[in-house]
Ligand binder design. Structure first.
Ligand code: SF4
Ligand code: SF4
Ligand code: SF4
Length: 313
């Protein structure tokens, strides 16, 4: 019998689940021999309140390993997460939404009431449409990362996470050893040429192509930050590089920070300001500084901006 495993998704786009499938052939022995999946809404019809709805409380079967994807946006997510915590010996937060709020946490930078009005009462919605109050789980005051609500044993970020690292985590649990995971930054896995300070002192919008020779290897391209592009490699956790260079850099595109901060409690916005300063770039030239938290806006880092009238009080 394999290691009992339960999977759950909260505020998730299902990209993390696709990343599990992208483990590829190595997944076959994992799910046929090593793991016994006892609960996974993405794979099986398993109801929370009994198969015929006869239960009175939300119930997930006990499992040794629990994998949770997505951020905690509403009361249903919270209830599911708490049930996973109580039923799973080892709970893994998979993907940047689960570890740092991810894309859903962008909501944290906006006034919630204004957002609901915009979503449900614009010219493109039905006339007279109202913000729903029935049959839709009530939202929390903001989007939370999983570890803000329950104890998490292992965090594996990435949007989506790297399938090779998911396989490593699962194998390490099966083999009873600590997983071997990258602890450095995207820059540490990047082969581009760094020559010290760049010659630019203002961030360039990515409306112009970076300078590189088409067909030449990435290690012949000058570092994108030194070229003046907002590359978040210095403040982003490594892990996306499958072969050679980090994914975006190999496509000659700056890192957007999707693996979240290098340290679990890091602040990509603050750390990037420091990285810009040490490259001689004026942080004021970043058009939208708060967007640097586009993948890591939970943990109370991203809050709605005060309205102008409030500031004047
Ligand atoms: S981390 Fe990325 S891929 Fe995973 S659920 Fe969130 S948005 Fe989707
Ligand atoms: S800043 Fe970007 S391009 Fe430069 S070394 Fe880091 S990841 Fe590579
Ligand atoms: S380079 Fe940055 S944004 Fe691109 S996949 Fe890697 S961590 Fe994510």
């Amino acid at each position: 019998m394999g290691v009992t495993t339960a999977l759950e998704w909260l505020g998730s786009c299902s990209g993390c689940e696709i990343a599990i499938l992208n483990i590829g052939e190595a997944l076959v022995p994992l799910i046929t021999e090593a793991l016994e999946i006892v609960h996974a809404p993405v794979l099986m019809d398993h109801k929370y309140f009994g198969q015929c709805g006869e239960g009175v409380t939300l119930t997930i079967p006990e499992a040794v390993v629990g994998i949770v994807t997505g951020g905690v946006s509403n009361h249903e997510h919270l209830e599911v997460l708490e049930e996973m915590r109580s039923k799973c010996k080892v709970l893994i937060a998979l993907g940047t939404c689960a570890t740092h709020g991810g894309i859903p946490a962008l909501m944290n930078g906006r006034d919630r009431e204004e957002s609901w009005q915009e979503i449900f009462q614009t010219v493109s919605t039905d006339p007279g449409a109202k913000v729903p109050t029935l049959e839709v789980p009530a939202p929390l005051d903001r989007v939370y990362a999983c570890d803000e609500k329950v104890r998490i044993d292992l965090q594996l970020p990435g949007c989506p996470p790297n399938p090779e690292l998911i396989a490593e985590v699962l194998m390490s649990l099966i083999e009873g050893r600590p997983p071997v995971l990258p602890g450095k930054s995207v820059c540490d896995t990047c082969p581009t040429k760094r020559e010290g300070k760049g010659e630019v002192n203002k961030i360039k919008r990515f409306l112009t192509n970076a300078a590189f020779t088409p067909g030449a290897p990435v290690d012949e391209m000058r570092c994108l930050l030194e070229q003046g592009y907002l590359c978040m490699g210095p403040v982003t956790a490594a892990g996306c590089a499958k072969r050679g260079a980090p994914s975006c850099i190999s496509a000659r595109v700056p890192c957007r920070g999707c693996f979240g901060p290098v340290r679990k409690d890091g602040n990509q916005l603050l750390d990037m300001m420091n990285a810009l300063a040490s490259n001689g770039i004026d942080y004021k030239s970043v058009v939208d500084r708060r967007s640097l938290l586009r993948f890591s806006g939970a943990h109370g880092l991203l809050r709605p901006m005060k309205k102008r009238a409030d500031k004047e009080d």
